[in-house]
Design a protein around this ligand. Structure first.
Ligand SMILES: *Cc1c(COP(=O)(O)O)cnc(C)c1O
Length: 436
């Protein structure tokens, strides 16, 4: 027995072995860069299964999960209702390339929840949603330029991969090779929460098609908008004949049923959705007024299409998720438990003498390892990445899976019960002790 244990310890674990294999076949061993643990060091865990608030790796270790597949899993993993419905729907065919009723039902849920969306087009990812939204904005304004904010991520479309937040920041790539300079020059970047800078850009350029913004930033870590910032964007875009695109791929159905636009009371021209509306399957969507959306093919000239768009599996997972989120207690309960978690983390860090700033809006949050308030990319970037990496690994040892980068939002789901939150705080106490 002892001998067996010793030899098991000497063996590299299964995640490490799989990662070695994956690196031969898949760039960096991963299909999305931030998964590779470059931001925290070490070897990524390969996940075998997930259930409720937990994920279990291929070595049989179970963790409380605050990544939630980067946002979609607001009901927790492998929700029984979703799993059963997916099995039933899959038996009837997974994709038809023809209209189906579920597409209408999901569109009805979305338009009912988000009044600025009267008409919506389904796509397969958040990247597709923002890319298509920008094409729409450029198409209807006959202008090319965009304003985006430093540290905001809107997917990896060429025009948007400029000062684009977490994944890129973690890797230390300022921009991506392969994005033509002639295209990137149309993207003007300004600091988040700096309305004056936006005003100045509008004074210098009369050919801005749109301002695209994460109304609550998640992709440099969680950074809320300061009071009046979003309202000013609304006024400036309207005055200058530009469209306001709210990229609510992360915040939609997360910070409130109606998204950040409901929480902060603004009406964008175009809204991008993804993550939660797919309930864990690949989905994105973009929508706006009927008048605007009728510019999309086949009613209008602006082309956008998708082989698997609106497929019944994705629509089903999304529908069940959005219907369950109608329960009026859900967001209040998420708020309560998330507050408990974040307040607890702040005081545990303070007790341990570690300086952190915890930003939170509803059930999305980030603990930045820094002293000063985090309001934009520059202040986020002052965080101590190395210390975060140590905390991340200490938490992993304690059975808590946080985002493998300082510059990501973490998520609480309805499966994170009070008991789970308490277990997380106990883990954090031990982790901070290990740090100091
Ligand atoms: C995740 C995310 C995207 C990209 O969505 P994908 O489905 O990964 O392509 C775009 N915008 C925001 C705000 C996001 O959080």
């Amino acid at each position: 027995m002892l001998e067996q244990m010793v030899s098991a310890e000497k063996e590299p674990n299964k995640s490490a072995r799989l990662f070695a294999r994956a690196q031969e076949l898949i760039p960096g061993g991963v299909n999305s860069p931030v998964r590779a643990f470059r931001g925290v060091g070490g070897t990524p865990l390969f996940i075998e299964s997930a259930q409720g608030p937990f994920i279990t790796d291929v070595d049989g270790r179970r963790y409380i999960d605050y990544v939630g597949s980067w946002g979609p899993m607001i009901l927790g993993h492998a929700d029984p209702e979703i799993v059963a419905a997916l099995q039933a729907v899959a038996a009837k065919g997974t994709s038809f390339g023809a209209p189906n009723q579920l597409e209408i039902e999901l569109a009805e849920e979305i338009t009912a929840a988000v009044p600025s969306i009267e008409m919506v087009r389904m796509v397969n990812s958040g990247t597709e949603a923002t890319m298509s939204a920008i094409r729409l904005a450029r198409g209807v304004t006959s202008r090319d330029k965009l304003i985006k904010f430093e540290g905001c991520y809107h997917g990896h479309a060429d025009s948007l991969l400029v000062k684009a937040g977490s994944g890129v920041a973690t890797l230390g790539l300022p921009d991506s090779p392969g994005v033509p300079a002639s295209l990137a020059q149309h993207t003007l970047t300004v600091p988040f929460n700096d309305a004056t800078a936006v005003e100045d850009v509008f004074k210098q350029h009369d050919d801005i098609a749109a301002v695209i913004v994460e109304p609550v930033v998640g992709n440099m870590g969680c950074v809320p908008p300061q009071e009046g910032f979003l309202q000013t964007l609304r006024v400036l875009t309207a005055q200058n004949g530009a469209l306001l695109i709210c990229d609510e791929v992360m915040t939609g159905f997360r910070v409130a049923r109606g998204g950040a636009q409901a929480l902060y009371d603004i009406t964008p021209d175009i809204t991008c959705l993804g993550k939660i509306i797919g309930g864990g399957l690949p989905v994105g969507a973009y929508g706006g007024s009927r008048e605007l959306m009728r510019n999309i093919a086949p009613t209008g000239p602006i082309y956008q299409a998708g082989t698997l768009s609106g497929n019944p599996l994705a629509m089903t997972a999304g529908l069940i998720t959005l219907r369950r989120l109608k329960d009026e207690t859900v967001y209040a309960e998420l708020e309560r438990r998330s507050a408990q978690l974040c307040d607890g983390l702040s005081s545990i860090a303070a007790d341990a003498g570690v300086k952190t700033i915890t930003n939170r809006v509803g059930s999305m949050w980030t603990s930045f390892f820094t002293e000063a308030p985090v309001t934009n990319w520059e202040t986020a970037n002052r965080s101590d990445r190395e210390l975060y990496g140590k905390f991340f690994h200490a938490m992993l040892d304690e059975g808590v899976y946080l985002a493998p980068s300082q510059f990501e939002a973490a998520f609480v789901s309805i499966a994170h019960t009070e008991e789970i939150i308490q277990q997380t705080l106990t883990a954090a106490r031990n982790a901070f002790q290990a740090l100091t």
